[in-house]
Design a protein around this ligand. Sequence first.
Ligand SMILES: Cc1cc2nc3c(=O)[nH]c(=O)nc-3n(C[C@H](O)[C@H](O)[C@H](O)COP(=O)(O)OP(=O)(O)OC[C@H]3O[C@@H](n4cnc5c(N)ncnc54)[C@H](O)[C@@H]3O)c2cc1C
Length: 407
Amino acid sequence: MQYVIIGNGIAGVNAAETIRRMDPDGRIVMIGDESFPPYCRPMISMVLEGSVSHARLPVRPASFYEDWQIEPILGTRVTGMDVDDGRVDVDGRSVPYDRLLIATGADPRPIQAEGLALGNIFYMRTERQVRRMLDVLDESRRALVLGGGLVGFKAAYGLMRRGLAVTMLIRSGYPLSLQVDAFAGGMIREELTAHGLDVRVDVAAEVFEGDKTVQAARLSDGSRLDCDLVVIGKGVLPALDFVPRDRLEVDLGLVVDPFLQTSVSHVYAAGDAAESIDVARQARWVNAIWPEAAAQGRVAGFNMAGRPVPYNRSLSRNVIRIFDLDVMTAGVVDPQAIEGSEVFTRFDPASRRYRQLVFKDERLVGMTLVNAIEQGGVLTALIQNRIPVAGRRKRLLAPDFNYRAVA
Ligand SMILES: Cc1cc2nc3c(=O)[nH]c(=O)nc-3n(C[C@H](O)[C@H](O)[C@H](O)COP(=O)(O)OP(=O)(O)OC[C@H]3O[C@@H](n4cnc5c(N)ncnc54)[C@H](O)[C@@H]3O)c2cc1C
């Protein structure tokens, strides 16, 4: 049996290890365009911030491929595939597979602007990009961050902690609009502003100016902003340029069934590249987060090696610390996205504790917690296990409920 895994992120790595445990004799080929040992991608923002050293990023040793008898093809990208012949194209050759996993993660969403080829304009997806940012940090004073999503927010936070003056341009009225509701977003914006972040809403960068490296940006409101470092954090898109869309079903991500198999048999997908059923929404969704990629990789590995294991627990969730705010979210944060949902909120201005719970059909489907996150694990379990909480919904708003009271 020849297994081919495209992508050496956490989804690919967990799949490879699972396959090897199940099938000691199969041949496993892993193709990835990053040559650094498998590493914790979310932690690159901590390296930028200075709280973690670059050396702490790897989640597996450099001997990983040898230890697990995996044949690596690294530093190069798959450019095409043939689902009829069962082959992928890489580096001018074609590699056959009996089982294929597409675990290619996501690429930063590109932007349209003039002057993007100037130096010191970065995306923040890889350890290499962060290393290059660190190389120019000492000579940088003013940073411009485009986008207030998870990556944009983390870039801005890291650069502020490094002492740079940071301006963030966002389209929605507050940062992290996919992760938190509007009220919590307002609290986050206030917290960041109080610590010196300059947030500008409804404005985009149109032209970057400079001589070799960026020195200023011209914005859509006519203003000009001095900056010597730019980070583009306008979201991500599943990295699927090599996938024939007339053969494999692709929506935003590669559509998979409950066994993480795509619309073509023997071809699987996991992680940021895959679109599976979200347990809170009860609809297909790409949950581009680390714990999902890790779990989906493992489950895909079982299925590829012949043990059927369903996966029906996909759920967006996050815990984020923003100076003095602890924020934890899971599931649906925008109730308007779910027809027939009901919302309960509670805010205590003195302690700056906030809780929004979203219910649908007597079940909890979403939560946003600020500064009282201790019960977040229990609330997440209620969402993930679809536990009915009829008649006890208001009780979940209280900071002192316990699981026994609701289960
Ligand atoms: C700055 C930052 C902060 C984040 N913070 C959080 C967080 O706080 N919490 C959280 O849960 N998640 C966070 N994430 C998201 C998390 O890192 C991803 O969800 C996770 O890494 C996805 O894993 P993956 O294995 O699916 O894909 P990836 O980690 O993207 O790995 C895929 C690999 O495949 C390679 N590849 C792509 N295309 C090809 C090709 N054609 N041929 C060969 N190789 C290819 C890629 O280069 C990459 O090395 C963050 C991400 C970033 C960038």
